[in-house]
Design a protein around this ligand. Structure first.
Ligand code: NAP
Length: 525
């Protein structure tokens, strides 16, 4: 695929208006051709107007037409998967095989959302039929469905450069909901972004949709992201990245004359609690399994388990000992961007300054943007004194916490901020303690896992990739899984409507054949 480096505003390719950049190969520190265009407020204005023009027709596509469009994107991603993985690897330092997996996951997500659209349940139809004879007051016919928010801005993630970037889960769920998308590409992988954008742009054309359904913008600083969040025609925002960036955009959106929802996914240390019976029975296996998982993708994953807590007692020594070899045997590896690498180095220093002891370290960095794997250990008492020890270190570092007793374990659990996930390693004898810990974890996390290390996020109906702040800015929603579509929907109630004016999903004879809640009962009637 030939890359032009242009911005995509609908079907148009638009050259730079505000400078350009080249992709950086983080492994060699060499620039990669071609130059990629930067835009500014003028391009945001054009893309937003076009997205707004596209909204009515796109929001009213039939379920079958919209599903077929999503499947076209999936087919397009499959067709370029190998080439896309190669280019993405050059731009991120991530292995090609891992990125092929990401491309496959992206295509699967689009197909899954096509199924969600076809079933029509996302409309969450509720019907309270008229009760003209009800006493003391007649009830009018009430019919509710969810419709798309409007044009949305999506900030591509740096750490999943395909499956949570341009053709990622946010885009799939927004398009499934009926929202035109303006994608703010992450500058860490501009070539990969363009390749994905071309697939979506082609699918828009082939499906004969309004060109404004999708645009791709890129900028050389905060201006373009700020302009997107400020634009009055933008009705929602999703973001994956730093807490500082996410909260700056969130606050900005709340200060608009018409505040809009901003769904940010920001930071999580995904603590693992090793309960005493499990520790005594299989401490070494737990230490090894945890360490293997935390090193995956150079620790640059939102679900990296970063903190392991265990009560000092039988099995603790074995657990600690089992963690060391994987760390010391791991060579320093290239991180995604210079910025992420320097933040990592700073945060590793912060852990040490906060009183954590470095008990194992991997190979010394040779390349400029390599991250050295590190394992710290700290006492539970120190952890309670300095909450900064529970903050994210984005990269291949983990913290082992030597806890004094059960009460201290619960106190530390209560100190954690919101998390995407938390894990309990437990055996049957641990169930009473697990039952005590559970309500503490429920208040702080979106997902609670038992006895697993490798738990990549399923894209399914029951999956949640969310949690209280600072994991996200809105704990009521998920950014992964089929219910991620709900971020892009809002309810509308149609009251006293004649049948011919009702939207398809709400008509009396249910022509779409979808599940509907009628007088509180689910049926297809
Ligand atoms: P980032 O710096 O927050 O940037 C993410 C995106 O938002 C980029 O496109 C960036 O544009 C834009 N942006 C950030 N702040 C903005 C602002 N104030 N106004 C307008 N646009 C803004 O995240 P990152 O580059 O992916 O990584 C930086 C750090 O984020 C990492 O070191 C890590 O700590 C954290 N991170 C966490 C996760 C997680 O899942 N927990 C994932 C990724 C990153 P520009 O690039 O043009 O500034």
């Amino acid at each position: 695929m030939t890359l032009t480096g242009n911005l995509f505003i609908g079907a148009q390719e638009v050259p730079a208006s505000a400078g350009s950049m080249k992709a950086l190969n983080p492994a060699t520190n060499a620039e990669i051709e071609p130059p990629f265009a930067f835009g500014g407020r003028a391009e945001v204005e054009r893309a937003a107007r076009l997205a707004d023009e596209a909204f009515d027709s796109y929001n009213h596509t039939s379920l079958a037409q919209r599903a077929a469009f999503l499947e076209r994107i999936a087919d397009g991603l499959d067709a370029i998967a190998s080439e896309l993985a190669q280019r993405t690897s050059l731009e991120t330092g991530l292995p090609v095989a891992q990125l092929e997996g990401e491309a496959a996951k992206s295509a699967i997500q689009f197909r899954q959302f096509a199924t969600v659209v076809r079933k029509g349940r996302f409309r969450q139809v509720a019907i309270d039929p008229a009760q003209p004879d009800r006493q003391p007051r007649a009830r009018m016919d009430h019919r509710l469905q969810k419709i798309a928010l409007g044009p949305v801005a999506i900030f591509g993630a740096s750490n999943f450069p395909i499956s949570y970037s341009v053709a990622g889960g946010d885009t799939a769920s927004a398009l499934a909901a009926g929202c035109p998308v303006i994608l703010k590409a992450h500058n860490a992988h501009p070539g990969a972004s363009e390749m994905q954008a071309r697939v979506i742009q082609q699918a828009v054309k082939d499906a004969q949709l309004h060109e404004g359904v999708f645009s791709l913008l890129r900028g050389g600083g905060n201006e373009i992201g700020e302009a997107l969040v400020d634009h009055p025609l933008i009705k929602g925002v999703t973001f994956t990245g730093s807490e500082v960036g996410g909260m700056a955009l969130f606050r900005r959106a709340q200060q608009r004359p018409d505040p809009i929802p901003v769904f940010t996914e920001m930071t999580s240390v995904n603590p693992t609690f090793v309960l005493p019976a499990a520790l005594a029975a299989r401490g070494a296996a737990i230490g090894d399994g945890f360490t293997e998982r935390m090193l995956v993708t150079v620790g640059q994953a939102c679900l990296k388990p970063a903190i392991l807590l265990a009560i000092d007692g039988p099995g603790y020594g074995e657990l600690r000992q089992a963690m060391l070899p994987r760390i010391t045997d791991t060579p320093a590896r290239t991180m995604l961007t210079p910025g992420i690498n320097s933040a990592y180095r700073k945060n590793v220093e912060r852990q040490r300054d906060a009183g954590a002891e470095r008990i194992a370290a991997g190979g010394e960095p040779q390349g400029k943007w390599e991250g050295q794997s590190v394992l710290f250990e700290v006492d539970g008492a120190r952890m309670l004194e300095d909450p900064s020890l529970s903050e994210e270190v984005f990269g291949p570092a983990a913290l082992l916490v030597r806890v004094k007793d059960v009460e201290q374990l619960i106190a530390i659990a209560k100190q954690f901020g919101g998390q995407l996930s938390a894990t309990m390693q437990l055996d049957p004898a641990d169930h009473p303690l697990a039952a005590r810990l559970l309500p503490v974890l429920e208040r702080r996390t979106g997902r609670i896992v038992v006895n697993a290390f490798s738990h990549p996020q399923e894209v399914s109906y029951a999956s949640i990739h969310g949690g209280p702040f600072p994991a996200t800015s809105d704990s009521r929603f998920t950014s992964v899984g089929m219910t991620a579509i709900e971020r892009f929907l809002r309810p509308v109630c149609y009251q006293g409507f004649p049948d011919d004016l009702l939207p398809e999903a709400l008509k009396h004879d249910n022509p779409l054949g979808i599940w509907r809640l009628t007088d509180g009962e689910l049926s297809k009637a």
